[in-house]
Design a protein around this ligand. Structure first.
Ligand SMILES: C[S@@+](CC[C@H](N)C(=O)[O-])C[C@H]1O[C@@H](n2cnc3c(N)ncnc32)[C@H](O)[C@@H]1O
Length: 219
């Protein structure tokens, strides 16, 4: 079984328990981080959402952006099923296109979207894939488009850093076992982001020492 197949099967299997697992480990912290800045996004017309999993963030975005059309790309059929259900719950089915695809090869149309969304997704890619992939995803944005980014970060204080390293080590091991994740530790997302032409408009780093939520503007 190749890596892609392993990953799809893994996330299909995890879809049912994903939210419960997350709650056991982090309570509501990751949910709070995910939606922290949804209200700060100005009204947009088209959005591309990558790897949204069970669709918690997509659901919130559908409510906050009543005039937006969303394209949501996820490789896992079972995750997309859950996204569809959540979108139905808020009556937004006619505004969402569901695409089952590998984001690494998904042909992102140039300058099509006002908003790109990636929550706890970029670390599913290797640093090399991300270095090639992120500029391609961002090229899907129109001039002055926005990037809504949520992910794990390395905390600043030594104690928190050690705690985060232990958590992240365990999480990477778990996802490697379940989904064939090739990363052994958190990809250096800050380095990859710093190489893009992005300006931070809003950030929420206080909700959990291990997470960040940012609204970035493509300069
Ligand atoms: C770690 S989960 C994150 C889910 C959600 N965004 C969240 O906030 O918890 C990663 C999600 O990305 C999807 N995914 C992983 N690699 C992918 C890829 N190469 N292409 C498309 N989707 C992918 C998985 O199926 C899963 O739904």
């Amino acid at each position: 079984m190749d890596r892609n197949e392993l990953s799809v099967r893994g996330y299909d299997r995890l879809a049912k328990v994903y939210r419960g697992l997350e709650f056991c480990l982090f309570g509501n912290s990751l949910f709070r981080a995910r939606v922290a800045l949804v209200d700060q996004i100005p009204a947009v017309g088209r959005a591309l959402v990558l790897g949204d999993g069970t669709g918690q963030l997509l659901q919130e975005l559908c409510v906050a952006q009543p005039d937006c059309h969303f394209t949501t790309v996820d490789q896992s059929r079972q995750m997309l099923r859950r996204q569809r259900r959540r979108v139905e719950q808020v009556g937004a089915s006619d505004r969402v296109t569901f695409v089952q695809a590998d984001a690494r090869t998904f042909p992102v149309p140039g300058a099509e979207y006002d908003l790109l969304v990636a929550a706890f997704f970029l670390d599913c890619l290797t640093e090399r894939e991300l270095t090639a992939g992120l500029p391609r995803f961002l090229a899907g944005l129109r001039p002055h488009g926005l990037f809504y980014f949520v992910d794990f970060v390395r905390p600043n204080t030594p104690w928190r850093r050690r705690q985060a390293a232990a958590y992240q080590w365990a999480m990477h091991r778990f996802f490697r076992w379940q989904t064939g994740l090739p990363n052994h530790r958190l990809v250096d997302l800050e380095r990859v982001l710093a190489n893009q032409n992005l300006v931070t408009m809003h950030s929420a780093d206080h909700l959990h020492p291990m997470t960040t939520c940012r609204v970035l503007n493509v300069g």
